[in-house]
Structures are given as structure tokens and as C-alpha cells.
Design a protein around this ligand. Sequence first.
Ligand code: URA
Length: 307
Amino acid sequence: MAAPSPPAPTAPDAPHLTPQLAQWTQALGYGPLYVRRALLVQQAPQAAPTTAPMATPATTPVAPAPVVAATPPRVIPPSPSTRSSPTPRSAPRPAVASEGDAARAEAIARMDWPALDAATQVCRACKLGSSRHQAVFGSGATTARWMIVGEAPGAEEDRQGLPFVGAAGQLLDAMLHAIGLDRHAQEPQHAVYIANVLKCRPPGNRNPEPVEVAQCAPLLQRQIALLQPRLILALGRFAAQSLLGSTAPISQLRDQVHHVDGIPVVVSYHPAYLLRNPADKARVWRDLCFARQVMTSAAPAQADAQP
Ligand code: URA
């Protein structure tokens, strides 16, 4: 008669290696390192931000904002016959962290702006570090209330070391101007800080890989923590899914206020997508007005609460 098989192992409830757990992990061929890593993640969740959300997301559905357009942008009216859906791709699931990754994330979480920028410039945490021309840290006033998060640098960004300076960037600038924002402004209410999920260009503008997202996540997390923006505008499915730890399509993530570490997040289409699908500019205009309304209502009592 065959011996009864042992009960299936489960994740340890407490950080103790019980004799039973040791027996199970040994039977499964896992050594003590496996156990230590699991406990490390349990004990230091902030130090190992390798689960899908970059921070702690939450969602508050709200009614779509009424559009109050003081300076309407030029939009091409939506035409169902020409409209197409956003590229159907999902943000990759970040890879599992090692102890070294956790230590690196802990160190990054203590950096100030100059240290964080310097660390990004010399980063070799993934293979993009050897194919990029330069890392693209981010740009804008560090007192900005608005934070824009895109996907990854393209060829022009890689050349100049600045985010959104190619064709998509020009469209982004126009979108921002339409709601009274300017990437070169210094006054907090008009300024924007722009960053990407990835700091280095994926060769050929291919999709980011899970390990690249995982290695870059602590950098973006620290940027958010230092900036403490009043609102994050996530542009494109990739930025939205990475920030929110979601696999939902962008159509489901729009028209809602999500939260990451208590900071409101509004989702819209990526400007590069809009260049290919100009009919969706009207939707983006609605998203921008919605974001502006969220920003305004986040600080109604303050005299300078203008977006
Ligand atoms: N697309 C992005 O998402 N970010 C950039 O910086 C440029 C293009």
C-alpha cells in the first residue's frame, strides 16, 4: 500500500521555521534559502516592492466630471468608423525579488532627489542599462502638484535624457497646455513632474519585460514619495496597470479615481496611442478635465487650489 502523501504545504503564518514546515520544504526540494526569502518578503513588504502595484492602490469610482472647457483643445470629433481600441497588451507581472533586490529597494527608499537621480544614471540592475544611451530620470519642478507617468523612453528621450521629448511628447505638451499646465513652469499649480515606469529605453521600443519593471519600480516609488503629488495622471495601459497593479483594460480604468498611497490617480490614453488613433483625443480631453476636477476638489478649502 502506498504511504499517505503529506498535506500540501502552505505559506508560513508566522516567521518561524517549524519542524513540520522544515519537513515539507525539504520534501519539496526547497532549502533554507527559500524559507528565508519568503520571510524576508513577509517582514519587509516595503523593502521588496515587487508585487504588481508600485504602491498601495485603491479605487473610488466617481461620476465622470462635467466638462468645463475654458480653452478647448483642438480635438478631432470621435468617429466610430475610424476609432480603434488601444493596443491590447498588459503590463508584465514583476519578477520575484531576491535579497539583493530588497536591499537595493531599501537603499533607494532612503534617497533624496540628487542621490536618486545619480543612482538612476549609473543603474545596471537590468540589461537595459547596457543598451541605453542614457537613463531618463524625469523632469519638472519637484514642487509640482501634478505628476505624469508614462511608459518608457523612446529613441529621442534616450538621446536627450529627458522624458517625452519626441512626437508623443509634443502632443503631451499640447494636452498639458490645454488645462493650464506647463512642464517648464515653476509655480506648483502650473508645474508638472514627468516620469516613466522604465528609466531606460527598451531596444526598438519593445514592451518592457517583468524583470525590468521590477527593477525600476523602487525608483518610481521613490519619485512619488519625494514629490508627494496631489494627483498622478497615468498615461497608457502600461503606466496605469503598473501603478495600480491591475490587468484591467484601460477602458475600465478610466473615469475613476484610483489611489496609490493615498494619492489620487487618473488614467488616460498614452499620447503615442493618440497619434495613431486621433479620434480618441475627445476621450483624452474628457479625462484631462476629469483630472483637473479631481485636483481642484482635492483641496477646495485652499485659496490657491487652482489646478
Ligand atoms: N513615451 C513614454 O511613455 N515616455 C517617454 O518619455 C516618451 C515616450
